[in-house]
Every structure is written in structure tokens, then in C-alpha cells.
Design a protein around this ligand. Structure first.
Ligand code: GTP
Ligand code: MG
Length: 348
């Protein structure tokens, strides 16, 4: 087997500087792009995995291990993977939810576990435990290590393999659990490109390439904008009291029209860098045209939604979510083509 980069798992090669995995000499441990990322924070060379998600799931599931499915608590809908039972039907799987610190401290553990229940129900997997972490894997670290070890022993496994969608924080988490900074981490989805064993004397921990089923909003934006969308500290909820027909512009991504007589309120959980603007619906198209956007060439897709919960989240995939606290309000969303919007029962 070829020697692998210890940061992203790419097979290393000395022949072609323009191809992935290039190193000058075979005694180096990191490919040029991981070296530049680690030493200079240079995102321009990050390989960004084009790994076939099905091949990766196949490869991961072949390992005789305790599996850890990593999901991002702030981007829960984006963390879902369909048909996992095709690969993990007869395996023991732990769900590990990352980025806890982004959600309000007041969110109780039982609320978090409720929010994760659909993952357990819809996946049809043998989920043996649900663990919570945050702060780049440092939150609850000792407890999580203890629990993973005891599950590994209970199911007689030597290895623990982490998998999940791109950017959920797998590599950051494994670095924390193994007290290393070997694995490459970046704001760009697709940083890890193969299965990588982490050099830890305590455990056999394996990282894997993030699963990406289709192009997402993040693939369409510049590295600079993707960086600004990666929130590093607790999201500050922003409340709006609205009255009658009003609209909320979500930066250059799109806007939501609220149709109602009387007052109602919404709470926005979005990264600090996303600009919000409230306006009368009759003025919204003209006001929206003033927002700059890297998606300016894309057309707006309009959708009417029906509300079925007392409190509903309007999830703007890869950005965040907005909670509507009144089920009688009618909403229509108008977002750029690359921005997917879905509704769910409110998380908080
Ligand atoms: N706020 C916050 N951000 C995190 C946390 N963990 C990871 N991140 C950020 O999320 C982004 C992705 O982190 P990675 O560890 O590279 O995620 P990954 O799942 O390994 O990504 P791929 O290798 O691309 O599949 C980076 O910008 C990290 O800084 C966390 O606990 N909290
Ligand atoms: Mg990774």
C-alpha cells in the first residue's frame, strides 16, 4: 500500500507536483496541501474530496470496528445520510453530536436527545449510545473517551472508526480525543479524502472522508465566504417582532414573506456574518436587489409552505435556521437556486 498523508489520507506521490498527494521526498508525512494548511492556514490548496460517497461508506463499513456516526448539532438536517442501514445494518453505531457550544447553553440535554431521535428512528441502525461534544471535541472529552472505550470493550472491537457528512467536525473531534493535531481540519468541506489511522498510543482511531451526496451551497461560495459562515462561538439568537405582512431578507441568499394579520415573532439562529433586514413585503424585491451576493447570477426559487407545528424552524441549509413562533402565519420563501430551505419542528 502507498504511504498515506497523515493529515488527509491521500496516497503520497513524488512524481507530479500538480496532482494531489505530492511530496518532494518520501520521508515527509504530509502532502503539500496539508503542509500549507497546517503551517500557513492556506486554504487555496485544500484538495476538497471528490470521493464517491458510496465507495467511502462501503470501505468504512468493511472495517471490524465500533462505528461513530458524527453529526453537527447546529446543522442537523445537513448531517443526515439516507440508507445507512445498507452498510451498517448489523454493526454497532454510536451517534456523536458535535458543535454543542453553538446552540444556547439553556438547551437541555433531553432537548438535544429529542432532536437526535429522528436520526435513531429513520436510520434503522443499532444505535448503542448518543454522545454529545463541542468546542472542537474538548467538551465532555474525558467522559466521551471513557464511554467509547467501554463500548469498544463490550462489543470486542480494537478499532473505532468515525464517519459522517463533510464538515461536521470529525477530524477536529479525533484530534481532541487523541491529544494530537495530526489530522487536517479546514472550513472547506472535503478536507479529509480517505480513511486515516491516527497515531495514538492509547486507541486505534480512524478518520474518514466526509460523505457528500450532492453539491451544496458551500461548494458554490468563495473560500472567504465559507470561512465567514463557520461560526466559532455560541450563536446569538436575534428576535424580531413582526406585524401584518412583513418580509425578512437573509443577506444576498434570499428572503421570507410572512403573511398574517396582527403581530407574531421569529427568532433567527444564523452566523454573525449573515446580514438580516426586515421590511414590508411590498418593498422586499426592491430592497433585496441592494444586497450583494456571490450567487447574483442564480435565479430565485419561490415556494409556499404549510406550517404544521406550534413552533417551526425554517432551516436554510448550510446557513442556520429561523424559528417562527406562530402556526397561523403563512410563509413563502424566495431563495437562490443553490440555497435549500426546509421546515421542521422547532429544535429549541
Ligand atoms: N464551532 C465549532 N466548530 C467546529 C467544531 N468542530 C469542528 N468545527 C469546525 O468545522 C469545520 C470542519 O471541521 P473538520 O474537523 O475539518 O470537519 P470534518 O468532518 O473532518 O470535515 P471533512 O474532512 O471535510 O469531512 C472547521 O471549520 C472546524 O473549525 C466545534 O466543535 N465547534
Ligand atoms: Mg476531516
Amino acid at each position: 500500500m502507498n504511504k498515506q498523508c497523515q493529515g488527509c489520507g491521500v496516497p503520497l506521490q513524488t512524481e507530479n507536483p500538480n496532482e494531489i498527494g505530492y511530496i518532494k521526498s518520501l520521508d515527509q508525512e504530509y502532502c503539500v496541501s496539508c503542509f500549507r494548511l497546517k503551517n500557513y492556514g492556506d486554504l487555496s490548496k485544500v484538495t476538497q474530496n471528490k470521493v464517491d460517497p458510496f465507495e467511502m461508506l462501503e470501505k468504512v463499513s468493511q472495517i471490524d470496528a465500533l462505528f461513530v456516526w458524527v453529526v453537527d448539532l447546529f446543522h442537523l438536517e445537513e448531517s443526515k445520510i439516507g440508507s445507512l442501514h445498507r452498510w451498517f445494518n448489523d454493526k454497532e453505531v454510536v451517534i456523536m453530536a458535535t458543535k454543542r457550544e453553538l446552540l444556547p447553553k439553556t438547551m437541555s440535554l433531553s432537548k438535544i436527545k429529542n432532536a437526535l431521535q429522528p436520526f435513531i428512528n429513520e436510520s434503522h441502525l443499532n444505535i448503542v449510545d448518543v454522545l454529545i461534544t463541542g468546542n472542537f471535541g474538548k467538551m465532555n472529552k474525558d467522559n466521551n473517551i471513557r464511554r467509547l472505550n467501554s463500548l469498544k470493550d463490550e462489543f470486542r472491537k480494537d478499532k473505532i472508526v468515525f464517519f459522517g457528512k463533510t464538515n461536521v467536525g470529525k477530524s477536529s473531534l479525533i484530534n481532541a480525543l487523541s491529544n494530537t493535531s495530526d489530522l487536517s481540519v479546514s472550513v472547506l468541506p472535503g478536507t479529509t479524502i480517505d480513511i486515516v489511522k491516527v497515531a495514538s498510543d492509547v486507541e486505534e482511531l480512524y478518520d474518514s472522508a466526509g460523505i457528500s451526496m450532492n453539491e451544496t451551497l458551500l461548494d458554490k461560495l468563495s473560500n472567504e465566504t465559507v470561512k465567514l459562515l463557520q461560526q466559532k462561538k455560541t450563536i446569538k439568537p436575534i428576535n424580531f417582532q413582526l406585524k401584518d405582512n412583513q418580509s425578512l431578507i437573509v443577506d444576498g441568499y434570499g428572503y421570507i414573506d410572512f403573511k398574517h394579520e396582527g403581530s407574531y415573532s421569529i427568532t433567527c439562529y444564523l452566523p454573525d456574518s449573515v446580514k438580516l433586514h426586515r421590511t414590508k413585503t411590498e418593498n422586499v424585491t426592491q430592497q433585496f436587489s441592494r444586497f450583494e451576493s456571490e450567487l447574483r447570477d442564480e435565479k430565485l426559487i419561490s415556494k409556499n409552505h404549510s406550517i404544521s407545528h406550534k413552533n417551526t424552524d425554517i432551516v436554510i441549509m448550510d446557513l442556520g435556521f429561523i424559528t417562527l413562533h406562530n402556526p397561523t402565519v403563512k410563509i413563502s420563501t424566495h431563495f437562490k437556486q443553490s440555497v435549500e430551505v426546509i421546515l421542521r419542528k422547532a429544535l429549541l
